[in-house]
Design a protein around this ligand. Structure first.
Ligand code: ADP
Ligand code: MG
Length: 684
């Protein structure tokens, strides 16, 4: 007898070839097959009179074949079967290409259901290659709601449908119920068997809706259980308990007062570090919210405890900047600081490594080089990584495996909608800096089209004369992209600007340059040696150039809203009035609406929420980046409310059975385990 683990090649009609095609879709077992949900549905349950079908409409028609189908051989390899079909309202021509058997299978005087696209030329209606079924047989491929599955070469809808039917019949009853019965009744969810039956073979739209609602809930519930369980396991890891320190002493040394949000984040992190358990905290704050200060306060507290901290930045240039900033904050206290990056000389590296080993450093700032295998730490108590989304979840955990069990703080400048943060960073505690330092100027943002170009060009030399600097960002052009898209490549655009403004110093930095070259160009811009920096999004993250007052984004329609918000955050960091100009010739309502959001709000969380709403989470995070398993039915953006309820249910369940070890949670335990198995390297 087949069960859920049975491979699909044991199904009737699935040979080795088809099994291989299924594998391409991620379907190996009957369990996988049943979870291979339709991409969409076609309503073939309602028929329309011929004369009411619109041109181009995909419809079901119930009609009688009015003449004997005749076969015409146009030439070799092109055979047509043609006939007319009529209902009370009118007539249509039906043509089948290269399906000569239709000549005999379709009979004059019989009634059929035809499903296809209605073409209209003049007053003549016609269908080409419609799906068709005798009226008395309907319910097979017409007369019902048909699922439409994702396909790959070697598979068609019919093969999938037949396999699905067999799988449901063979093991529909053995599908385990993962949801506790009180959750089922509270959420008014249908039973498993009913859900799987109706998601694949919906009895009607109401049944389909019930089925989907249940499966979405279940998927989110399993995800929430998995993340909650991980979090529960992690909390048990013991960490170095810090002694309490008076962080006011540090605050008093600052040239400004920390914001309430900064204080709160520091306090939350310090509480973690004092707890005796290891800290795993994410600090999320909009660009310019002052995350570096939070880091500095924690490094200070670690130093007060005689512990060394490591601060990792994603690029050399950012490591350099953090070195300067943190030295400013911390060296007055006598904190001993060094830098270690890929570009450090061999001698520098040797010296820093020796000092680390000897316990003579309190803070080391650098890039990935900080955690290469030949760097050993004495007394490493705190690891901070900045701009986390550049590193990915996997690298984060590599750091933690450095022998000791340092406290970990991750800083991210990508605001994540609150509903999602808990799921996405389910294994981290989260602090949010939701307040900007006082006196921040709003960056005036405008969305313009090419007709604005001359005015924009007039603005550039004027700003530079005032002593300001300018960022221009062009989209990354992929090599295989058609040039007809008319995208501005950074290099060409830089050349054009330089020609137009020979007196201005224009530089260009893009993704294809070597890291060293990039850093040199960036460094020249930071130090004010160049006026205009044209770049691809390599500058997206972190750089602080307080003198930059204008950000121009070319082909702005090509960027996500959150990304644009990040880019905008590169200006308005000093005391100068700043602008962000989003240039786009795209006319679509969508693009206009999206860019408009940026013009109206400066709040990164609002932008993120809108972005998520408009684009869906797939695009928002990039599926690989998030480290989350792929969702089959749920949409993390659209189903946010369900997500919250599923999360509540999951937490309640985990409170009773943290390891999911009770016999009644057996099936759930296995599913939760399987969920991250393929992602094991990114979430460990
Ligand atoms: P981000 O969160 O983007 O990393 P930074 O840490 O670079 O932000 O801080 C942005 C700027 O704000 C820096 O110039 C920093 O010195 C300044 N800053 C940080 N906190 C405060 C504060 N409480 N009051 C005034 N300025 C602050
Ligand atoms: Mg920063």
């Amino acid at each position: 007898m087949a069960d859920l683990q049975t491979e699909i090649r044991y199904l009737k009609g699935i040979g080795e070839k088809k099994a291989l095609a299924f594998q391409k879709l991620g379907v190996f077992t009957l369990r996988d097959l049943l979870s291979f949900f339709p991409r969409r549905y076609e309503d073939r349950s309602i028929t329309k009179p011929i004369s009411l079908a619109q041109a181009g409409e995909t419809v079901c028609i119930r009609a009688m074949v009015a003449d004997t189908p005749h076969l015409a051989r146009i030439r070799r390899g092109l055979e047509l079967v043609k006939f007319r079909a009529v209902d009370e309202s009118g007539m249509m021509d039906v043509t089948y290409f290269n399906q000569p058997y239709r000549k005999d299978s379709i009979q004059k005087g019989e009634s059929y259901i035809f499903f296809g696209k209605m073409e209209l030329s003049g007053t003549r209606r016609s269908m080409v290659n419609p799906v068709c079924e005798r009226e008395e047989n309907q319910g097979g491929v017409t007369g019902r709601i048909m699922p439409v599955y994702r396909l790959t070469a070697g598979l068609n809808q019919n093969t999938i449908l037949q396999a699905m039917r067999q799988a449901l019949d063979a093991c529909g009853e053995s599908l385990p119920e993962l949801l506790p019965s009180e959750v089922l009744s509270r959420e008014e969810l249908c039973q498993t068997r009913y859900a799987y039956e109706n998601v694949h073979f919906p009895a009607d739209f109401q049944a389909l809706d019930l089925a989907r609602r249940r499966l979405i809930f279940e998927e989110l519930f399993v995800l929430a259980c998995a993340l909650g369980k991980m979090r529960g396991e992690r909390v048990k890891e013991s960490g170095l308990p810090l002694r309490d320190v008076d962080v006011e002493e540090f605050y008093r040394s600052l040239p400004f007062r920390p914001t309430g949000a900064q204080r709160r984040s520091v306090e939350q992190a310090l509480a973690d570090m004092r707890s005796g358990q290891v800290m795993n905290r994410l600090v999320q704050g909009d660009v310019g919210s002052g995350k570096t200060l939070v880091a500095a306060a924690l490094i200070w507290a670690a130093w007060k405890n005689g512990l060394c901290s490591a601060f990792m930045a994603p690029t050399e240039i950012l490591a350099q900047q953090h070195l300067a900033t943190l030295t400013g904050f911390l060296s007055p206290f006598g904190v001993r600081i060094a830098k270690l990056t890929g570009s450090s000389t061999a001698k520098e590296k040797r010296e820093v490594k020796a000092s680390l080993l000897a316990g003579e450093l309190d803070l080391v700032i650098g890039t990935h080089a900080l955690f290469s295998s030949d760097v050993a730490y004495t007394n490493l108590g705190l690891v901070i990584t900045d701009e986390q989304h550049r590193f990915g979840v996997g690298q984060r955990s590599a750091l933690i495996g450095k022998g000791q069990r340092p406290h970990v703080l991750v800083m991210s400048a990508t605001p994540i909608p609150r509903t999602l943060a808990l799921i996405l960073y389910g294994d981290l505690d989260v602090s949010v800096i939701d307040e900007l330092p006082p006196g921040r100027q709003k960056v005036d943002t405008f969305a313009v089209d090419e007709s604005y170009r001359e005015r924009l060009n007039g603005f550039l030399p004027k700003l530079v004369t005032e002593g300001r600097q300018i960022f221009v960002v062009c989209p990354m052009v992929e090599e295989n992209e058609e040039s007809e898209l008319d995208l501005k490549s950074a290099e060409e655009h830089a050349r054009a600007l330089q020609q137009r403004f020979p007196a201005l110093r224009v530089a260009c930095v893009h993704g294809k340059m070597k890291a060293k070259e990039k850093d040199a160009v960036m460094a020249a811009f930071v130090s004010g040696e160049t006026d205009i920096l044209v770049s691809t999004t390599v500058i997206e993250v972190g750089v602080d150039v307080p003198n930059a007052a204008l950000m121009i984004v070319e082909n702005a329609e090509r960027f996500g809203l959150s990304q644009l918000h990040q880019l905008r955050g590169r200006v308005g960091r000093g005391r100068h009035k700043s602008w962000c100009i989003l240039v786009s010739d795209a006319q679509s309502e969508d693009v206009r609406a999206r860019l408009d959001i940026l013009c109206k709000t400066g709040d990164g969380f609002k932008v993120a929420e809108e972005d998520l709403r408009l684009r869906g989470p797939g695009d928002f995070f990039g599926s690989r980046q998030s480290g989350l398993p792929e969702m089959h039915v749920a949409d993390l953006g659209a189903d946010a409310k369900t997500l919250q309820r599923a999360q509540q249910a999951a937490l309640a369940l985990l409170a009773d059975d943290p390891a999911l070890s009770l016999p009644e949670h057996r099936a759930l335990h296995d599913r939760v385990d399987a969920l991250f198995r393929s992602n094991a390297d990114s979430f460990n």
